[in-house]
Structures are given as C-alpha cells and as structure tokens.
Design a protein around this ligand. Structure first.
Ligand code: COA
Length: 430
C-alpha cells in the first residue's frame, strides 16, 4: 500500500463493519427465533415476578411477591421465555377510567421489563404487539400506562394524555392565604379506617375528573397494607382524615423521611376547602424542614393558596400515556362540549384496524363516529389523538408543534371546542 493511499484500509474497514453488522443481525435473529411470548401459568408467577424485579434493577422477597400477586390477573400476564427462563415481562389490569361524561374500559399496562441480558432485541415490541391485539379482541377501547422513559411508547401508538407536577417546599414558606378553620377538623386514623374511607372520597373526586381508575378492593388493600418495598426508606404511612362536612370529606396519606421531610403520597378532598385544610395539616408538622408531593394535577389549586407561590418548587412531567386501541369506540364513549362535524384521517401503522377516515359528529343528542370516504379535514396520528382525548392538551397546540396536518381551515379549532374539558385529566397511581 502506498503512503497516503487509504483505499486498501477503507476496504478492510468495510469488511469489518460488514462482518460486525451480519453477526449482530444473526444474533438478533437467533434471539428472536428462540424467544417465545405467551401468557404465563399460575406456577410461573414467582419466576415471572422475579424477572420483572430484575428488569427494574431490584431484588424481590416473598412478601413482595404475595402483595403483587394480589393485584395481578394471571390470564393477562405475559412472559417472554428464553427456553424455560423468563426474560421479559408485562401485564395488564382490567379497569374502567373516568372520561368526560362517563367511564370507559381500559387495560392498564404494568411491569414492563426485559432483562438487561436480552435488551434491544425486539422483545418489548413483540410483547406490546401481542398485548394490543389481545386488548382489541377483548373489546377494550383504551390502554394506558406510566412510562419510565418518555421516548419508548409513542412508537406503539401511546400519547401523553396528562401532565403531572412534582412539588417541594420548605416549611418556612408554607404560609397560606385565608384564615385557618377555628375548629379541629382533622384526625389521625388507622390504616384499616383509611382503607374504608379512602375509596369513598376517591369516588367523589373521580366523578369530577377524567383519567381516574376504578380501583377495586384489592388495590385499596394493597394501599392500606403499605408494603415495605413501597417505602423507599421512609416511615410507615400516616393517615389523616378531614371531617368538616358532616362526615369524612378528605384524606391525606404521608410518610416521614429522614426525620425531616413530609412525603405526601395521596391527598384527596371533596372540596378545595377540605384540601386546603389537609395541606395546612402537612405544613404544620413541627420539626420538619420540607414537604414534597409527587404526581399532583397540573391545575391543582394549591399554588394559588400559598402566600409565597414562587417558593413552591414545581417540576412538570408526563403522567398518563394513553392508547386508543379502538379509535371509533373510544371517540364514541365520551361526551363533547360543543357541536362539530369533522372528518379525521387516523394514522395507526401498528393497529391497522384504526387506519381509516372517521366522521365525528357531535350534537346535543350525542356523538356519532363512523367510517367515511369523504376527504379528511385533518390528519392525525393515533398517539396525538390519545393526547387530546381527555382534554390534556389541544389540537391547536399539537398543530403549532407541527404534528397535525389541517386540510380544512378551522377544523382544529372546531374540534378543540368539542374536546374541551373543565379540568385537566389526572391519574392517581398506587
Ligand atoms: C424499556 C425496555 C422494556 C425495552 O425492552 P427491549 O426489549 O429492549 O425493547 P425493544 O428491543 O423492543 O425496543 C423497541 C424500541 O424501543 C427503543 N427503546 C427501548 N427501550 C428504550 C429506552 N429505555 N429508551 C429509549 N428507547 C428505548 C429501542 O431502541 C427500539 O427502538 P427501534 O425500534 O427504533 O430500534 C427495557 O429496556 C427495560 O426493561 N428497561 C428497564 C425497565 C423499564 O424501564 N421498563 C419500562 C417501564 S414503563
């Protein structure tokens, strides 16, 4: 090879890249061919749960397995098997979720994990495809989840349907506007009492807020049992009930961390006044330096109740990721705020049954969503449709982000008026 002549080296380099790519592709095919994705059996649950824990970088215990088994539906629990070893996990819970004007069946996806030894081989993709067709066969119009990373789920047709806020405030800055109640309205209750009162208050809040699930008794049992693996070094839960309105009207559940921080896990009040009293309780716990609360709704009134709102440190994060499994059914299942008649072209390469033009017509009599051959007023991906479904954002915002193609001027605004909701959606997660 002459000095300065790189063609020989380039050829050699290309050969090496070719070999590496082929080895990688062969490796990928080998793994994909040997992995079986299927529903697990009852006997396989312990191994499945251990794999899920490993996928999240955790160890499991017998107590944790028992608690998780209580909220696991085995016939909706999927494993990816390499031989007889579980290397990938996912499951779904059967819920209904509050939507404007009612409630809709929703499959809530949980425990999504692939062992570090088997990642980036398409195992999640295979499990998700299988899950979505299963949801479709079961006639569930919606699926939902919360995501560890915000870059994973859009490719599967999920969209951000709600945003949440995480808060932190130092106790010396927790002055509140308005006078405190002259009478004592709050009392500590046992976990058993919280287990009784919690669902009643939750259901009252749920009637006025989209995005909330109908947690059954097993979920409330799990919440009240406050398993060790939920505590992350904090104390056991304290539960305080508010009794101002002729009976329990609010509940706050919190733990103390490092003897200096109040960690609010759940704060629900039937009215803003009740919520304000519960915050006062948390802010009034002496010897504490700060109060933190995660996953609060973005239209929570608390910042407006503080005398120093700037002192509330707020960070915003994606909340519920929603998937319209059956677009026509999902759109027909909620109510709308105004009349409209718009044709939308839905793009959904993963669930081809949704890939069609739908005429959405809303009127005081209800809603009609039917396939049409009329030319579309706008084109939208199934994930963006999920983002506007509960009123968590508007089409106009997505349009300004360059995500929607509007063919008929004004159709975005018309649909925005119809999809508008009084409150932002919020999901309380256990
Ligand atoms: C997230 C996880 C389940 C992905 O499993 P996987 O089998 O490696 O995923 P796949 O091979 O099917 O990847 C599908 C696509 O998602 C992408 N992807 C997967 N995990 C990702 C991550 N954490 N961040 C960004 N992109 C990711 C892949 O690059 C791939 O993209 P491509 O099709 O453009 O190449 C796995 O990394 C994991 O178990 N992580 C820890 C637990 C966790 O975060 N679970 C998610 C709970 S919501």
């Amino acid at each position: 090879m002459r000095r300065g002549d790189h063609s020989g080296r380039l050829f050699a380099l290309n050969q090496v890249i070719f070999l590496i790519e082929n080895r990688w592709l062969l490796g990928l095919n080998r793994i994909q061919n040997t992995i079986k994705v299927r529903t697990i059996t009852e006997e396989e649950f312990p191994a499945w749960e251990r794999a899920a824990a490993l996928g999240f970088g955790e160890h499991t215990t017998e107590a944790r397995q028992l608690q998780i088994r209580g909220t696991t539906e085995i016939d909706r629990t999927i494993g990816a098997f390499d031989g007889d070893r579980v290397v990938g996990t996912t499951s779904a819970h059967t819920f209904t979720m509050s939507v404007p004007g009612g409630a809709v069946p929703l499959a809530y996806v949980d425990w999504v994990a692939v062992l570090p030894t088997h990642r980036r081989n398409g195992i999640l993709t295979r499990m998700t495809k299988r899950q979505l067709s299963d949801f479709h066969e079961r006639g569930e119009p919606l699926a939902g989840l919360t995501a560890t990373e915000s870059s994973i789920y859009e490719r599967f047709g999920y969209g951000i349907a709600s945003w949440i806020e995480n808060w932190s405030i130092r106790r010396e800055h927790t002055g509140m506007t308005g006078p405190a109640s002259a009478t004592v309205e709050t009392r500590f209750v046992s976990p058993q009492e919280a287990r009784e009162i919690g669902p009643v208050i939750y259901d009252r809040v749920r009637r006025e807020r989209s995005g909330m699930f109908d947690y059954n008794g097993q979920w409330w049992d799990a919440f009240a049992s406050d398993p060790e693996h939920w505590r992350e070094g904090g104390s056991e839960l304290f539960h305080v009930v508010h009794d101002g309105y002729g009976g329990p009207g609010g509940l706050v559940s919190y733990r103390i961390r490092d003897r200096s921080e109040v960690v609010v896990l759940l704060l629900l009040g039937a009215t803003p006044k009740v919520e304000s009293a519960l915050w006062r309780h948390c802010f009034g716990i002496e010897l504490m330096d700060s109060i933190v609360a995660s996953s609060r709704p973005i239209d929570d009134p608390l910042p407006w109740m503080l005398t120093e709102p700037r002192r509330l440190e707020r960070s915003v994060q994606d909340g519920l990721w929603l998937r319209l499994v059956d677009v026509q059914k999902a759109l027909s299942s909620r109510s709308y705020a105004s009349e409209c008649r718009v044709v939308i072209q839905v793009h959904d390469p993963m669930c081809l049954w949704n890939e069609k033009r739908i005429e959405v017509e809303t009127s005081p009599d209800g809603v009609s969503c039917k396939p049409t051959s009329r030319s579309p007023d706008l084109e939208i991906s199934v994930s963006d449709l999920a983002s506007i479904y509960l009123g968590g954002t508007t089409l106009s915002t997505l349009g300004r982000a360059g995500r929607i193609e509007e063919h008929t001027r004004g159709s975005l605004k018309t649909l925005d008026r119809a999809f508008a909701t009084e409150r932002f959606p919020w999901t309380v997660e256990f």
